[in-house]
Design a protein around this ligand. Structure first.
Ligand SMILES: C[S@@+](CC[C@H](N)C(=O)[O-])C[C@H]1O[C@@H](n2cnc3c(N)ncnc32)[C@H](O)[C@@H]1O
Length: 190
């Protein structure tokens, strides 16, 4: 049996275009598009974190709409995917939740479009770790201009960046999440 894989989308602390540490706003599509990818690729839970209570309430409202409100009747497959979403204030709360659910501290793996001078884990090695089922893995996704260094410092590893044919690789977080999950969890191993 493969290891439990958790996802977390962080809105703080992230960098802005000038490299300053900021809190980014919430994007509706990030909640349900990533939830669909998470459901498709067997993610155990998808955490959306935001430090501002009003924006957490907004996220909860979006989840409620697709879980219980009109959206649930309108689109049952989205309802199923949204069942994976949990809204938390920050990474500490996410780790505590995962520890409680998985019964162990997860391996923290950050994602970024750039290696940022840090040792990286390859898709192959992370996939093998998932396949071996030995440990829970928590994959962190950034917003704004990416995760702050203080988050990377807390991570056990940085996943190798997705790269196309040339140097440009700045994907939306939704696209990055779908591709990352496909590479880590798809049935097609070619
Ligand atoms: C920097 S944010 C950009 C947020 C932006 N507002 C958007 O369009 O979604 C994108 C996040 O997606 C992931 N990401 C983007 N491009 C990536 C790549 N080439 N390799 C790995 N992860 C990537 C990282 O988690 C990164 O923090």
């Amino acid at each position: 049996m493969s290891a439990p894989l958790y996802l977390a989308l962080l809105h703080h602390p992230v960098r802005n275009r000038d490299g300053q540490i900021v809190t980014s706003s919430v994007t509706n599509m990030d909640i349900h598009d990533i939830a669909r990818s998470a459901r498709t690729f067997g993610v155990t839970r998808y955490f959306v974190t935001h430090p501002i209570p009003g924006l957490r309430a907004l996220c909860e409202r979006v989840v409620w709409h697709w879980q219980e409100g009109y959206g649930a009747r309108h689109n049952p497959s989205r309802r199923e995917a949204m069942g994976l979403v949990r809204v938390e204030p920050d990474l500490d709360h996410v780790i505590a939740q995962v520890e409680q659910e998985a019964g162990r501290m997860p391996r923290l793996v950050a994602t970024s479009a750039r290696p940022r001078g840090r040792p990286t884990v390859s898709f192959r090695d992370l996939r093998e770790a998932l396949d071996s089922g030995d440990e829970a893995i928590l994959l962190l996704l950034g917003t704004g201009h990416g995760l702050a260094e203080e988050i990377l410092d807390r991570c056990d590893q940085l996943l190798e960046p997705l790269q196309g044919l040339d140097q440009y690789n700045h994907l939306s977080v939704r696209s990055a999440a779908a591709i990352l999950l496909d590479r880590l969890r798809s049935r097609d191993r070619s």
